[in-house]
Design a protein around this ligand. Structure first.
Ligand SMILES: Nc1ncnc2c1ncn2[C@@H]1O[C@H](COP(=O)(O)OP(=O)(O)O)[C@@H](O)[C@H]1O
Ligand SMILES: [Mg+2]
Length: 276
């Protein structure tokens, strides 16, 4: 492990209780080796996500959001700090974590139901009987509104439907923590709104914790119970907002306007403070 990269100067951002939290990230830092030398992509990251809570991580392009998410997901090692899932320290991909990316990444030669089954048949997943497997697939496809598409192939799906399959593939595994990296940013405004509402329903149903990376203030305002704004060079948590406006927020957009302006001002501040 490296020596401390930088003294931690980010505010410690935590929910009410860390001991039973779904996710606790404690003083996380990461460097990349580059031809110009080591590059600290994020540093001094503290955050907590409770079960049933959606935390949106907002930040400008290149501030380290994806790097942080894939480190929390165990896809790459941290250089400093610890990650705890339901109190257990994790250092590798964990079956309790579900990852959703911008690309659905379905296997084109498999039907929808077999793409969903794939997530359940990974070597680190508990083995399921055939009826249990069938029931998980049916339930997951029902949750994303694709219960009539079991035998459809990915080429026959729209982009939004393909992403629904990717969500079904993830939730079929019954994750305790969903990590999402700009999952809806490729969609038009209407599809995005549909997907956002779908996600809210799924998280309410599953009671899992969710950390959602976005560069879209409106998406964060629509979905987040809390919004964290990340600065860059290195990536740190710059500010936190708790959003108390009840769901469905589409009916409360006017109430959220002043918060939107506040976040926009803070985003402009962090961009002015840090050159790419
Ligand atoms: N594997 C890597 N090696 C070196 N630099 C990287 C690597 N991955 C990302 N970066 C750099 O880290 C910074 C943050 O990237 P990223 O985490 O993708 O940011 P964001 O998701 O906020 O746009 C960028 O400057 C990017 O070029
Ligand atoms: Mg990214």
């Amino acid at each position: 492990m490296n020596a401390r990269l930088h003294p931690s100067s980010s505010p410690v951002v935590q929910g009410n209780s860390t001991d039973r939290a779904a996710l606790v990230v404690d003083d996380l830092a990461k460097q990349y080796a580059t031809p110009q030398g080591p590059f600290t992509v994020f540093d001094g990251i503290h955050l907590t996500v409770q079960s049933g809570e959606i935390v949106c991580l907002l930040g400008a392009s290149g501030c380290g959001k994806s790097s942080l998410l894939s480190t929390i997901g165990g896809l790459q090692p941290a250089d400093w700090g610890h990650i705890y899932l339901q109190g257990d320290r994790i250092q590798a991909p964990d079956p309790r974590i579900g990852l959703i990316f911008q690309e659905a990444a379905l296997l084109p030669w498999l039907t929808v139901q077999h793409n969903v089954a794939l997530g359940l048949q990974l070597s680190h997943m508990p083995r399921l009987s055939r009826p249990a497997l069938r029931s998980r697939i049916d339930q997951a496809l029902l949750s994303v509104g694709l219960e009539k598409f079991h035998r459809t192939y990915p080429r026959q799906l729209s982009g939004g439907m393909a992403q629904r399959v990717a969500i079904a593939r993830t939730i079929a595994r019954d994750p305790q923590l969903l990590l999402m990296d700009e999952p809806f940013s490729a969609f038009d405004a209407i599809t995005r709104l549909e997907m956002q509402q779908l996600l809210l329903g799924i998280i309410a149903q599953q009671r899992c914790a969710a950390l959602l990376v976005t560069h879209d203030i409106d998406e964060a305002l629509l979905l987040g119970d809390r919004i964290l704004l990340m600065s860059r060079n290195p990536g740190r948590i710059y500010r936190e907002w708790v959003v108390t406006t009840p769901q469905p927020r589409v009916r409360h957009t006017e109430d959220l306007m002043s918060l939107r302006a506040e976040i926009f001002t803070a985003l402009s501040e962090v961009m002015a403070r840090s050159t790419p």
